[in-house]
Design a protein. Structure first.
Length: 219
């Protein structure tokens, strides 16, 4: 099956999961695979300097990030799978609890079972503070021939496992993420780099425009 092959550094480091990123002005029509009692949630740290950026917390008593930043509590993220009929793929979604609550209110209001009916998801806003989601029942226009097919039984039989996405990273894994980024930062700090004009620039000549070496670690 195709998802035995993983392409791209980001996909490899995230475990190969195909996550949907909703964008403002670009609604997506999906069929929910998980909802109701099948929803799973886990607390995650977001650290832009690390790879992966989302670190699944193993618990504040043993988590290196919690110990380093005791006032920065990990956020609860809800994980579930959806079917993208346009690409004929099962994909993952990760949303905050408030966004899941909003979608559920829309489903109730419009009397939609998103596991049996295609729904169109709209995002408004771009930042963490102003983003919201809404959902509407998808109505196919038969004259325009834009009806969507439901997933095949073969696709459902080979549905990607969600367990890795809700399994906490171990303290050793998190420490390795931090050490890896520290090593990258040290490499760019101590190594010569090539300027945009192709000239080799020793580290002592680096100008302020070289930002890679100055990225701060989460602690």
């Amino acid at each position: 099956m195709s998802n035995t092959v993983v392409r791209g550094l980001g996909a490899i480091l995230s475990g190969g999961a195909d996550f949907i990123t909703f964008q403002e002005g670009n609604p997506m029509t999906l069929l929910f695979i998980d909802w109701f009692e099948n929803l799973l949630g886990i607390r995650e740290h977001f650290e832009a300097t690390l790879n992966p950026k989302y670190v699944r917390c193993p618990g504040k008593n043993i988590c290196p990030l919690c110990k380093a930043n005791p006032s920065k509590y990990p956020a609860l993220r809800i994980k579930f799978r959806v079917y993208d009929a346009v690409e004929n793929k099962i994909k993952f979604v990760s949303l905050a609890k408030t966004h899941v609550q909003k979608l559920n209110c829309d489903f109730i209001q419009h009397e939609i079972d998103p596991t049996k009916n295609f729904v169109t998801i709209y995002r408004t806003g771009k930042g963490a503070s102003d983003t919201s989601y809404s959902a509407r029942r998808y109505v196919a226009n038969l004259e325009a021939n834009n009806s969507l097919d439901y997933p095949s039984q073969e696709l459902l039989d080979n549905i990607p496992d969600i367990t890795p996405q809700v399994t906490p990273h171990s303290p050793d894994e998190i420490t390795a993420f931090v050490q890896a980024m520290a090593g990258v930062t040290q490499f760019y700090t101590n190594s010569d780099i090539r300027s945009p004009q192709g000239r080799h620039v020793p580290s002592y000549e680096k100008q302020q425009g070289t930002q890679t070496a100055h990225r701060k670690l989460p602690f």
